[in-house]
Ligand binder design. Structure first.
Ligand code: HEM
Length: 460
């Protein structure tokens, strides 16, 4: 099938748009999207199938519910799509960093950042990851309820900030971390189309947000300037790698200070809430499934023999890794990926017109019974060799795909395994029955009221 505009008009005229809720139903979808987007997506999938169309005013929205179709958008036809409306708003905070930039500029930045995420480099952050896990474990007391979600957020924030700015967090770097967290809370509003209007209001929350951004820019600029004048190079942290990076495959130049700043803030933002929520859902599932928890503890006891894990041990924890992946199958931290079509593009027998928004809820795709039989059952065996044989990689788009695939996969996997190993070898976590866990899909899928759990010290 060709996919030019004329054909698109013909397809509309011949009513070849994918099924969907229609004009009246679209309003209901829009209202529900803010309240409970994952429920709305699941309902649309149930009613209308794998490719759903609705409109918000003049805006065409296509929802892709099948992983092979998402792969067509993210990989096969990636040139026909750019980042979606949410990312356009995220530029207010992240500028032109890796997550939000487009086209050749994005490719150039990706080339320069890629070496910083090489396995050899990532392994050098294992010590920081372990120290931060230990710090959390040292603060836990037997039988005393904790908001584990707050602990995981703090832990992941400190890990990525230390990996970026140096093993010793000085006051400047710590302030940057806090400001990112503060600004991040407001990030949820970035899904609101009215954000530009909101930003012109004198609401105290808005003023704090603006102040937070100004502080972030100022503090990051100062750290970068200090580093430049000290002569970048030997520190081994991510910042020194960014400062020294040259686009050797391109024009050979490096990044401006402003660019380094945008990339640093992008890495802190993209690299902490996602991993923290992946860990949250893993602790939650372990507490709900004692037989899984028992096998997880048995693997740790055997592989570690009571000692903390390093990168080599982490590589020998296949069951722990499978538990983490299975938890994120049911509760993917990045619960949906979005794009905007830049040219008309045929997907799944329909044409997505230039300008249309495309939503790809990983939350729904990960629960597809054709790829994951009995999908609501929690079964880490799906991610062990015998359970995953024959299932293609694209069936699990947790980290996206194509040139925009998550650059931090290795970082996140190492961090998660080291944290699970360090805390899991010392504690068993029970859910606090007085505080129910409620998933909430905002920028990431998180426990809305925190994750209150009771640590029980395991026998040595
Ligand atoms: C479990 C943890 C994580 C999950 C589930 C996750 C998920 C994702 C997804 C789905 C994307 C693609 C977004 C899109 O295509 O629109 C992405 C991109 C990205 N992630 Fe992650 N991520 C995780 C951890 C991390 C970490 C630890 C870092 C950095 C330290 C990181 C940095 C990034 C960056 C910079 C991008 C943009 C890449 C590009 O466009 O070239 N992520 N992530």
């Amino acid at each position: 099938m060709g996919d030019g505009p004329r054909e698109y008009r013909t397809l509309i005229a011949t009513n070849r748009l994918p099924p969907g809720p229609g004009v009246a139903g679209s309003l209901r979808v829009l209202a529900g999207l803010h309240r409970d987007p994952t429920a709305v997506m699941s309902e649309l999938r149930g009613r209308h199938g794998d490719l759903v169309h609705f409109r918000i005013g003049p805006q065409h929205v296509f929802v892709v519910m099948r992983a092979d179709l998402a792969r067509e958008v993210l990989v096969t036809h990636q040139r026909s799509f750019k980042k979606g409306p949410g990312f356009e708003r995220a530029r207010i905070v992240l500028g032109n960093g890796l997550l939000t930039s487009e086209g050749d500029f994005h490719l150039r930045q990706r080339r320069m950042l890629q070496p910083a995420f090489h396995r050899r480099v990532v392994d050098t952050y294992a010590g920081i990851m372990l120290e931060e896990a230990r710090r959390v474990g040292d603060a836990w007391s037997d039988g005393e309820p904790r908001d584990v979600a707050a602990d995981m957020t703090q832990l992941a924030l400190r890990v990525v900030t230390r990996a970026l700015f140096g093993a010793e967090l000085d006051a400047g770097a710590e302030r940057i971390g806090h400001a990112v967290a503060e600004v991040g809370e407001f990030f949820d509003y970035l899904t609101i189309a009215l954000l530009p209007v909101l930003l012109r209001t004198p609401l105290p929350r808005v003023q704090r947000f603006k102040q937070g951004i100004a502080e972030l820019e100022e503090a990051t600029a100062r750290v970068i300037a200090e580093r430049r004048s000290a002569g970048a190079g030997a520190d081994g942290d991510l910042l020194s790698i960014l400062l020294a990076a040259r686009d050797v495959e391109g024009d050979g130049t490096g990044m401006t200070d402003e660019q380094v700043r945008d990339e640093a803030l992008t890495l802190i933002t993209a690299g902490h809430e996602t991993t923290a929520n992946g860990l949250n859902w893993t602790w939650y599932q372990l507490a709900l499934h004692p037989e899984v928890e028992e096998r997880f503890h048995a693997e740790l006891d055997e592989a570690l023999d009571g000692a903390p894990a390093g990168p080599e041990e982490a590589a020998r924890l296949p069951y722990t890794e499978a538990v983490f992946l299975e938890s994120m199958r049911l509760f993917p931290p990045a619960w949906g990926i979005e794009r905007r079509a830049v040219t008309d593009q045929a997907i799944g027998g329909h044409v997505i017109p230039a300008g249309a928004a495309v939503l790809m809820p990983t939350f729904v795709m990960h629960r597809d019974p054709r790829l994951f039989p009995d999908p609501l059952r929690f079964d880490p065996g799906r991610f062990l060799p015998e359970g995953s044989a024959g299932r293609p990689d694209w069936a699990y788009p947790l980290f996206g795909g194509g040139t925009r695939k998550c650059i931090g996969v290795g970082f996140a996997m190492l961090e998660a395994k080291l944290v699970l190993a360090e805390l899991g070898r010392r504690f068993r976590l029970r859910l606090d029955p007085s505080r129910p866990v409620v998933p909430q899909a905002r920028v990431s899928l998180r426990p809305r009221d925190g994750l209150w759990m009771i640590p029980e010290r395991r026998a040595a």
